[in-house]
Design a protein around this ligand. Structure first.
Ligand code: URA
Length: 190
């Protein structure tokens, strides 16, 4: 089976899973989108209003900013795969809670296994905490971490969430610089 086929199979399973805690209040599952052969996986927090309506990640204002940030790193959406920590919209866009992160995490682990990326870019503190627990994003944003994930070596680069940059000009400037630096990291990894 190709990665594309494996991901489709997983998406079908997820769509049928009525135990997923945020499913009831959501319109669509936001499984993820992009290049299934990507070496770079981006993980956000959870779907917002627009993502919930379209079933696709980062299609609202934060997504438009993300496209510009990717460009600063010399990347395009069609070269990466994008998913989230939770795949249904939390009510009123509240933060996901631990049992929700755990429930969706079983599927996210499968997505990571299938894509098998070389680099994971986390967007915001919730996805950062999956790989780099007990640290503050303000201390480590834009830095490159080499971790061991299920027996595989993996590079994780924690970035601020683009929605935080939309709210705060200082964070936006830091995030722009982090994505410019990411371009250099990517060249050294290729
Ligand atoms: N914010 C996220 O974290 N994920 C999305 O898909 C959209 C906005």
């Amino acid at each position: 089976m190709t990665k594309f086929e494996e991901l489709h199979k997983l998406k079908d399973l997820m769509e049928k899973d009525d135990t997923l805690p945020l499913k009831k209040g959501a319109n669509k599952l936001v499984f993820g989108s992009g290049n299934t052969e990507a070496k770079i996986l981006l993980i956000g927090e959870g779907p917002g209003f627009n993502e919930d309506a379209q079933g696709l990640p980062f299609v609202g204002q934060a997504g438009k900013l993300l496209d510009k940030l990717l460009e600063l790193a010399g990347l395009e959406r069609r070269k990466v795969f994008i998913t989230n920590i939770v795949h249904h919209r939390p009510p009123n866009n509240r933060d996901p809670i631990p049992n929700e992160i755990e429930s969706y995490g079983k599927y996210l682990d499968q997505i990571i296994k299938i894509i098998s990326p070389k680099i994971i870019i986390t967007l915001g503190r919730f996805s950062m905490a999956k790989f780099l627990p007990n640290i503050y994003i303000s201390d480590v944003h834009g830095k490159k971490f080499e971790i061991n994930w299920s027996g595989q070596k993996l590079i994780v680069v924690p970035m601020y969430h683009p929605a935080a940059s939309l709210r705060n000009g200082k964070i936006l400037e830091a995030e722009k610089q982090d994505f410019i630096n990411l371009g250099k990291v990517l060249k050294s990894v290729k």
